[in-house]
Design a protein around this ligand. Structure first.
Ligand code: SAM
Length: 253
């Protein structure tokens, strides 16, 4: 999976800037769900290129640099060289943070989020428990993930594989509860509008990691199937995210 992101890193952000509303919208939902304040010590676990952390920083103007944690150095290079003062890259996995193997500049965290990275964690129950243990009293942890089924205009085999691979948000909520966090499960939804040929290009570039489980010829066959199913020039479909929010008991927000 690391190879997948090393290959995708350079063009990752391009996939998402086609819709100028999407990144500010999602970042606003993250900041709102976590009730972020400028004094919070914050980490984005599996931050990738920091596309959302950068926008969250713009919105909340944090006093402490947001920690962008990702095992892929190539993705973290997307933060910029040098990275802006509001973002600090940390080359580590969620597991490294959970197990205390990676040193962080903050003793505890007031808020952390994992956006579309929890499916890369091998043992989510164990790792989420470890991450919850890094929270200060009153600290919040958000898992933002695609819902168990998606209505993307992908080819049928890709949608089926998504459902096979995607963890169930209700199960993730159970892990946060078992880790002692007060947990709620909600959803947020945004309408995506993408030029058809552009979307086919994203599929060809395997913009979702599940697409890297298909061979080149399977992808081309899949795009052909999509071409027939979607003659319209602009594809319009809902992007629905589960927001699993846990809060450690104690003081704070
Ligand atoms: C789909 S990308 C999401 C990136 C970013 N959160 C976003 O929404 O743009 C998944 C990210 O998870 C990272 N990742 C893979 N394995 C991981 C792990 N064990 N712990 C934390 N992050 C991981 C990948 O390197 C990649 O940057």
């Amino acid at each position: 999976m690391r190879g997948h992101y090393e290959g995708l890193a350079a063009e990752y952000d391009e996939h998402w800037v086609y819709d100028p509303d999407y990144v500010p919208w999602m970042s606003g939902r993250i900041a709102e769900a976590l009730r972020l304040t400028p004094t919070d010590r914050i980490a984005d676990i599996g931050s990738g290129t920091g596309l959302f952390a950068r926008e969250v920083a713009r919105q909340i103007q944090p006093h402490h640099s947001i920690l962008c944690v990702d095992p892929s150095e190539a993705m973290l290079r997307g933060l910029g060289t040098p990275p802006p003062a509001a973002l600090t890259p940390i080359v580590a996995s969620a597991e490294d943070i959970a197990e205390g193997r990676a040193r962080l500049p903050y003793e505890q965290l007031d808020a952390m989020w994992l956006k579309e990275s929890v499916h890369h964690v091998a043992d989510p129950a164990h790792t989420l428990r470890g991450l919850a243990g890094r929270l200060a009293p009153g600290g919040r942890l958000l898992v933002a993930m695609l819902s168990a089924t998606i209505q993307y205009p992908l080819f049928k085999a890709a949608l089926a594989r998504f459902e096979e691979l995607q963890p169930d948000p209700a199960v993730i909520a159970g892990h946060l509860r078992a880790a002692g966090l007060e947990t709620t499960l909600g959803h947020v939804e945004h309408e995506l509008r993408i030029d058809r040929d552009r979307y086919f290009g994203m599929v060809r570039a395997r913009y979702m990691s599940l697409l890297s489980t298909f061979t080149d010829s399977e992808i081309e066959k899949g795009i052909e199937e999509m071409r027939v199913a979607h003659p319209e020039p602009v594809l319009v479909f809902p992007d629905r995210f589960a927001f699993v929010l846990g809060r450690r008991r104690g003081e704070g927000a």
